[in-house]
Design a binder for this molecule. Structure first.
Ligand code: ATP
Length: 349
């Protein structure tokens, strides 16, 4: 049985008509790391707060570890749900040492057990030598590891993290994504991480849950979500894409679009005539004699690749976005041709 089960979880704030969280259905396995990903206001934090017990659902139920913690009423109060929380600003107590911060949630433990557990979790997060320091004497990344150590100290069933990386600069952010995942895995924790950043979500999560306007759009592994976005929202929210309308061919393996015939990775399961395809920029590869030809409008150098915007000529609407390797000489104004890799093409709703 799944470790966490959310069934039809809905939250409508009293003065609003539209639910902030709308019939969310989600099951999470023990030890799994899940990212709730979506734009600002899509209901991520509200979902997290309902799981934690800080917010009362309007309807639906929540099970943690096989136990119903909410169904029409709180059946298990927040403090008894076995949840460790890491807040966006870490919420460390400035007047307490790192060790005391970590011991804060262990009030019912004996003095010796508390000290031992604090030592253990500080070792886990690589901060054993910082026990006597105060939060202001630590870097942002170190403070975050303390917050994680404090959340893990009481051996929670679940760790919930709200935008854990948003206070960190780009370099540290990348490092902490890796460290946080490593620590959570070592602790064998089941975790839900809320973020609006696709890179955060993809780097840390086993499965990503994309939400929009309170509704789950797709639940998938990062790879699956990038390669096979279910709808236009996911295709556009998770990375860049080219969205084209077209007609599904009779063989159900190709779509006729305004730029020409595009191959699908597999036969379509739907028989719709009018369809939309998402073509990832990585799937458009410049080639000497490619099937598609256009004029380069713009080239943006990102360091890792070049984003090339290609206009496919009169009558076509949106230009296509391609990613070209940085060693390839591509200039605005030149004519290029390219092929499309079917594996990076998806039919979307
Ligand atoms: P962000 O990334 O900006 O934190 P989010 O995806 O976490 O956004 P929520 O904070 O869950 O979104 O908010 C979802 C919706 O519910 C928003 O429209 C928000 O304005 C509304 N909302 C959240 N808390 C309350 C509240 N206490 N009272 C009324 N409306 C609220």
């Amino acid at each position: 049985m799944s470790f966490i089960q959310l069934r039809d979880l809905t939250k409508t704030f009293s003065h609003t008509l539209k639910p902030a969280v709308d019939s969310v259905h989600l099951t999470i396995e023990k030890g799994e790391i899940i990212a709730l990903l979506g734009p600002s206001g899509c209901g991520k934090t509200t979902t997290l707060r309902m799981i934690a017990g800080f917010e009362q659902p309007t309807s639906g139920s929540i099970k943690i570890g096989g136990e119903v913690v909410y169904e029409n009423q709180f059946t298990v109060p927040p403090e008894k749900r076995g949840i460790g929380m890491v807040f966006q600003d870490y919420a460390l107590f400035p007047h307490l040492t790192i060790a005391k911060n970590v011991m804060f949630g262990l009030s019912k433990w004996g003095t010796r057990a508390k000290r031992e557990r604090a030592k253990e979790v500080l070792e886990l997060v690589g901060l054993a030598d910082y026990a006597a320091r105060y939060p202001h004497e630590l870097s942002g990344g170190q403070q975050q590891r303390v917050a994680l150590a404090r959340a893990l100290a009481p051996k929670p069933h679940v760790v919930l993290m709200d935008e854990p990386f948003s206070n960190l600069d780009a370099g540290l952010r990348e490092k902490m994504r890796f460290e946080v995942t490593t620590i959570l895995r070592k602790a064998n924790a089941t975790a839900i991480i809320v973020t609006h950043d696709q890179k955060d979500a993809f780097a840390v999560a086993d499965r990503v849950v994309v939400m929009n306007e309170g509704v789950i759009q797709q639940i998938a592994t990062p790879r699956e979500m990038y390669r096979c976005p279910k709808n236009c929202f996911v295709a556009q929210f998770v990375g860049k894409t080219n969205l084209l309308s077209g007609r599904l061919c009779e063989d159900m393996r190709h779509v006729d679009t305004h730029i020409g015939r595009v191959s699908l990775p597999a036969q379509s399961g739907v028989m719709l005539e009018n369809v939309k395809v998402s073509i990832r920029p990585e799937g458009c590869k410049l080639a000497e004699e490619g099937r598609f030809t256009g004029k380069v409008e713009r080239v943006t150098y990102s360091g890792e690749y070049q984003e090339v915007v290609v206009n496919l000529g009169a009558g076509t609407t949106e230009p296509m976005i391609l990613y070209a390797p940085i060693d390839q000489d591509v200039q605005p104004g030149i004519v290029v041709s390219f092929d499309i890799t079917p594996e990076l093409v998806a039919l979307v709703e």
